[in-house]
Ligand binder design. Sequence first.
Ligand code: KG4
Ligand code: ZN
Length: 341
Amino acid sequence: MTILALETSCDETSAAVVRDGKILSNVISSQIKLHAEYGGVVPELAAREHLKNILPVAQAALAEAGISPAQLDAVAATQGPGLAIALLVGFKAAQSVAFALNKPFIGINHHEAHLYSPWISGETLAADFSKFQPNVSLIVSGGHTLLVLVESELKHRVLGGTIDDAAGECFDKTGKLMGLPYPAGPMIDKLAGQGNPSAHDFPRPLLHDANDDFSFSGLKTSVRYFIRDHPALLDDRKKVCDLCASVQAAIVEVLVKKTIRAAKRNSVRCVTASGGVTCNSALRHELERACKKNGLILRLAEKNLCTDNAAMIGILAERKLVANVPLPLLDEEIMPGWALA
Ligand code: KG4
Ligand code: ZN
C-alpha cells in the first residue's frame, strides 16, 4: 500500500510517502526561524506559511519517493490536536487530493502517531512491528507531556499528562528567562553539557505523587525567582551552563522516574519515547540508564523523527488501513482539541 501523508499541526509543514511500512520520503519545512523573533509560534503566520509550502513540500515528497499521484492507494493527514488554522491546511489539502484521485482518506491523531515513531528504525527507515510489545510511551514536546500505556498495536490508554506547562515549554520558557533564543531546548541541552547539574537544587514537581501526571510551571517560577535574585549570573557563561544543567536535571529526573514507575506498575517490559524533547541528550542518556537498571527494553524515536513529521502519520495511517478501521467521510472536520483517550 502506498500512502501520501501530510502534517501541519504546528510549525512544521511535512509530507511523506510511505509504502508497506517503509518511509520512501519525509520532507519537512520548518518555520522555527519565522517564529523565533516572536518568541513562540504565531498561528496566523504558521497557517500562511503552511499554505505557501504545502504543495511544494508534497510535490518534493512524491518526487523523492519516485511516486506519481496515480500510484497512491490512500491519503492521510493530521486531524488533531494542534493549531486549528494550521491543521486546516494539511487536512483540507489531503482531503482534496483523496477526492481528486477517488482514493480513501484517513485523519490521524498526532499523538497516536507519536506512539509508533519509536518503532521506525533509522537505518532501514522502516517500521518494524514484528518486535512490537506492550509498552509505556512518553510523549514530550513543546505543547504536550503524556504517559501512555500501549497495550497492543492500535490499543492504548493515557495514564497521565501535564496539568500545566509541557516539558518542552519549561525548557523554552526558562531559556527565555536566561535570554536564550526560541526554542531554547536545544541550546539548554548544549550549554548543560558544560555545566554542573548539581549546582542548583530546583524542585522536581509531582515526583513523589502516586499518579502519572506532570507539572512544570512551579519549576519555571522557581527559575524565574532564582534569576531575579542572581541577575549577574547571566553575564557569566560558566554559571549559565550550571543553571542550564540544573534545570535540565530537574526536568529529566521527573520524566525518567515517572516513566519507569509507570512501566513497572503496568507490568510492561518496554519503554518508548518520542516528541521534540526526546532529542535531549540527558533525557536519552538517563532513560537508557534507568531502563537498563530496571531490565526494561528502551526504544527511542530517531532524532529526526522525534520532532513533528509526516512519516509517523503515514506509518500509523497504513497500520489503520491494513486493520480495516472504518474510514471517515470526506467532509470530516479537523479536531484541534482531539485528546488521546
Ligand atoms: O515535537 P516538537 O517539534 O513540537 C511540538 O509539537 O511542540 O517539539 C518542540 C519542543 C520545543 O519545546 C523544543 O525546545 C524541544 O522540543 N526540544 C528540546 C530539544 N530539542 C527540541 N528540548 C530539550 N533538549 C533538546 N535537545
Ligand atoms: Zn508532535
